[in-house]
Design a protein around this ligand. Structure first.
Ligand code: ATP
Ligand code: MG
Length: 178
């Protein structure tokens, strides 16, 4: 059983890059190597583009209309580095050269969502995949010899649900429509 992570009548949502099984397995393998047992489940690995938060049905309808014809670039993300944020103690996987097209995509998503009254967060977008939380280990500083090569050509609208095992994510839909 899963429950919404949002107030009654709303859904907790975010836009993300959602890995295919093969990339997910590669990310999970790296996470296991560096962090061992950890808080983030393999099935939850993703890259958040825009956190929408608690969303009403009307807002969701407006967002979907605004995003209907958004162009998604074809790009390759070479996941070749780890990073660490001490405050939340997050170990993440990212790229030493995130393609500019990804930043442009996030800016375009913000532009479209602003048109529906959405207020994007002020923090600059940092492309990252959270591998572990409450991480205490040592963070590899050298670049990965064998980066995970992630071919991106779509974005996903994802719902955050709470289950007895913790947060669980469910892809609601994707763009472009397949
Ligand atoms: P939990 O909060 O239950 O520990 P979670 O953080 O995985 O689990 P959510 O809080 O629903 O689940 O977050 C979904 C995604 O949105 C994650 O990638 C998370 O990092 C990101 N996110 C959550 N809150 C914010 C926020 N305030 N600003 C930006 N991104 C956020
Ligand atoms: Mg959270």
């Amino acid at each position: 059983m899963s429950l919404s992570n949002a107030p009654e009548g709303q859904r907790r949502l975010f836009l993300a890059l959602w890995p295919e099984e093969s990339e997910r397995q590669q990310m999970a393998k790296l996470a296991a190597q560096v962090a061992g047992r950890r808080q983030v489940r393999d099935a939850n690995l993703h890259l958040t583009l825009v956190f929408l938060g608690a969303t009403t049905p009307d807002q969701l309808a407006a967002y979907q209309t605004a995003l209907a014809d958004v162009a998604i670039p074809n790009l390759e993300l070479a996941l070749d580095r780890y990073g660490y944020w001490p405050q939340p103690r997050i170990l993440w996987l990212g790229s030493n050269r995130t393609p500019p097209e990804l930043y442009e995509l996030v800016a375009e998503l913000h532009r479209r969502l602003r048109g529906c009254g959405f207020v994007p967060e002020r923090r600059a977008f940092q492309a990252h995949i959270t591998l572990a939380r409450r991480f205490n280990g040592s963070v590899p500083t050298e670049l990965l010899e064998m980066p995970v090569r992630w071919q991106v050509n779509e974005i996903a609208l994802v719902e955050s649900l709470s289950s007895p095992e913790g947060s669980r994510y469910e892809v609601v839909r994707r763009w472009p429509e397949g």
